[in-house]
Design a binder for this molecule. Structure first.
Ligand code: ATP
Ligand code: FE
Length: 335
């Protein structure tokens, strides 16, 4: 089975070709344009997708070294995401499937972040069912109980900001450029994580909240820079380490609760924030201390990418779970 997959939910245009559960190509065009604005501008994203989609699909096919006539089906991201962005990928996928007279397969982006763990790679072991998936990205923060490929339930999610936003907005308060998450990680490595303890927000159950966290960072920085205008510059490493630690504490606290509640100790991490070195180190510690088993896919499959759309497409193809041409994009789309 050869699947061409298309992802255009946010600001990256991506196309991939899979042969069964193996990735032959995975092309991602990043949109640099948003950096100047300090965040994704939906109008610009949609326009950039229109420019990128044809070359990106061509490149995916040529890197995979296959002709479009060999494709078995086209998989695409139906949602959730930015409507204008989703429409570009959806319309393109529909017309290509129609033109080639092959099945069309809709994919839920959040389900794809989770099933990315089933892309076959020699170095990465796959979780077995049931497992808990923690998806942490610029737009999402969720804990999902995964019973099988297509039986998943969200057992916790953020009630306001996503964890990536907590990193990026805290970084912005420190005057760091967007997206600041990777920079916070970099400075944190040299800093003392206990220097400035930030409070954990009180949220019931397995849900998360990060907007209060960001506010406490803001007040703290305002107070300290009033006393010493050079406070940030002098203590950047310690501040970043403390912010990162605060965020990790919130995540691990809820993970522990989820493990206790479900009795499941297999935890699969996905989303761009899983690149964070502090989070990775902490998970390794949890493996030793609590007997957890944690899984993180190859980095290129954790951020937004079409390969993860393709693996969902492959499993749906096996079930002959195809999509009608009347399908439309869906900005809000739960798992
Ligand atoms: P979504 O996947 O929800 O549509 P997105 O495309 O913004 O959102 P990703 O590309 O998965 O999300 O992740 C980007 C986010 O990850 C940004 O907020 C970025 O700051 C954060 N991030 C990336 N690397 C790191 C890191 N090493 N430490 C902390 N945060 C990081
Ligand atoms: Fe995503």
């Amino acid at each position: 089975v050869y699947i061409l997959a298309i992802e255009s939910s946010c600001d990256d245009t991506s196309a991939a070709v899979l042969h069964n559960d193996k990735v032959l190509s995975n092309v991602v065009a990043n949109q640099k344009i948003h950096e100047e604005y300090g965040g994704v501008v939906p109008e610009l994203a949609s326009r950039a997708h229109q420019q990128n989609i044809v070359p990106v699909v061509h490149q995916a096919l040529s890197r995979a070294n296959i002709d479009k006539k060999e494709l078995s089906a086209i998989a695409f991201t139906r949602g959730p995401g930015l409507m204008g962005s989703l429409l570009v990928g959806t319309s393109f996928a529909k017309s290509l499937a129609l033109g080639l007279d092959i099945p069309l397969i809709e994919v839920n982006h959040m389900q794809a972040h989770i099933l990315a763990h089933f892309i076959k790679e020699p170095e990465t072991p796959m979780p077995s069912f049931p497992f808990l998936a923690l998806t942490i990205s610029g737009g999402h923060t969720q804990i999902v109980k995964v019973n099988s490929h297509f039986n998943m339930e969200v057992i916790g999610e953020t009630i306001d900001d996503a964890v990536g936003e907590a990193f990026d907005k805290s970084a912005k308060i420190l005057g760091l450029p967007y997206p600041g998450g990777p920079l916070v990680d970099k400075y944190a490595r040299q800093g003392d994580a206990k220097a400035y303890p930030f409070p954990k927000p009180k949220v019931d159950g397995l849900n998360f909240s990060f907007s209060g966290f960001k506010t406490s960072v803001l007040y703290f920085i305002q107070k300290e820079t009033e006393k010493d205008p050079d406070f940030i510059e002098k203590n950047l490493n310690d501040i970043c380490a403390s912010i990162q630690q605060g965020i990790i504490n919130i995540l691990i606290d809820k993970l522990k609760k989820a493990v206790k509640q479900t009795g499941i100790k297999q935890i699969a991490i996905g989303g761009g924030v899983s690149a964070n070195s502090g989070i990775r180190d902490t998970l390794k510690e949890c493996e030793k201390r609590f007997g957890w088993q944690t899984y993180i896919p190859k980095f290129e499959y954790t951020t937004d990418n079409a390969a993860m759309i393709g693996i969902v497409g492959y499993y749906k193809f096996l079930k002959e779970d195809f999509t009608d041409q009347r399908i439309t994009a869906k900005a809000r789309f739960s798992i």
